[in-house]
Design a protein around this ligand. Structure first.
Ligand SMILES: NC(=O)c1ccc[n+]([C@@H]2O[C@H](COP(=O)([O-])OP(=O)(O)OC[C@H]3O[C@@H](n4cnc5c(N)ncnc54)[C@H](OP(=O)(O)O)[C@@H]3O)[C@@H](O)[C@H]2O)c1
Length: 266
């Protein structure tokens, strides 16, 4: 029996990087996976093909998670194919970096609407279905599980990226407030706080030896993360192995949140 056998999972932003890695790990753990994407149809299709080639089940569905009507459509397509949802991974996210004084309102709004409002919209649709359906004991002892992809920047301020840090700080209290409200209904909601994971979003931070060396200074464990590090954490948080865990951020960061500047006395 696989830990997520017969459960249905939606991974937003599953066409690239962490979302693609999480989608594949959930499928390897037995889940049927909806791979959402915004613009990268081919990336999402590639993830679906890889899951199918390993004997898993997946479909890809386009939707901009910041648009309420598109999110409703995304869930309708999921219900049409798989009937219900057990696991939501709120992963879609982006950066639009600029110095604080130069940041445009468009860049602020874009990041907040995808990274934070997108998580609100998708969580609301998932929770409605969890409440309607309730617990199915053969699949899980929870009525539903949500994993919010946050960041170490929910607690570490980030100059030049105040929109991104604000969105992730918002995700932290959105997650905790939803978890508090919905725990009595046996809905578990947690976040993963990745540190530096090698994906297209942070290419400039690892693509040259100089940039990589600078980044490693921030990581006590002395390696850059890979998407499977996050995928394995997501499988655990989605499974009954973590049944008593809700309202928590699991930092998967090689120690980035340990104030590495103080390692030698500060
Ligand atoms: N990589 C890291 O080190 C790191 C660290 C901490 C947190 N995170 C978080 O992890 C998540 C994934 O990041 P990543 O590194 O894997 O980045 P990535 O490779 O750039 O992937 C981002 C994903 O989000 C999707 N997306 C963007 N806007 C969307 C929208 N409006 N609607 C639906 N999907 C949308 C993209 O889909 P399309 O390509 O189809 O647009 C893509 O699949 C983000 O929330 C990010 O903040 C990453």
């Amino acid at each position: 029996m696989q830990p997520l056998q017969d459960q249905v999972a939606l991974v937003t932003g599953g066409s690239s990087g962490i979302g693609a890695g999480v989608a594949k790990c959930l499928a390897q753990a037995g889940a049927k996976v909806v791979v959402n994407y915004s613009s990268s149809a081919e990336g999402a299709q590639q993830v679906v093909r890889e899951i199918e080639s390993e004997g898993g089940t997946a479909i890809s569905v386009q939707a901009d998670v910041s648009q309420a009507d598109r999110v409703q459509h995304l869930f309708q397509q999921l219900f049409d194919v798989f009937g219900t949802i057990d696991i939501l991974v709120n992963n879609a996210g982006l950066q639009k970096d600029a110095a604080f004084v130069d940041m445009t309102l468009d860049d602020w709004n874009k990041v907040i609407s995808v990274n934070l409002t997108g998580q609100f919209l998708c969580s609301q649709q998932a929770v409605k279905e969890f409440l309607r359906r309730g617990i199915v004991p053969e699949r899980s002892c929870a009525a539903g599980k949500i994993i919010c992809m946050s960041s170490v920047h929910e607690v570490i301020p980030w100059a030049g990226r105040c929109n991104y840090a604000a969105s992730k700080g918002g995700v932290m209290l959105l997650m905790q407030s939803m978890a508090q409200e919905l725990a009595p209904q046996k809905i578990r909601i947690n976040s993963i706080g990745p540190g530096a994971i090698q994906t297209p979003i942070n290419r400039s931070a690892w693509e040259t030896p100089y940039a990589k060396a600078k980044l490693l200074n921030l990581i006590p464990y002395n390696r850059i993360g890979v998407v499977e590090d996050i995928g394995k954490a997501a499988v655990w948080l989605a499974s009954d192995e973590s049944d008593y865990v809700t309202g928590t951020t699991l930092y998967v960061d090689g120690g980035m949140t340990l104030y590495p500047g103080f390692a030698t006395g500060g």
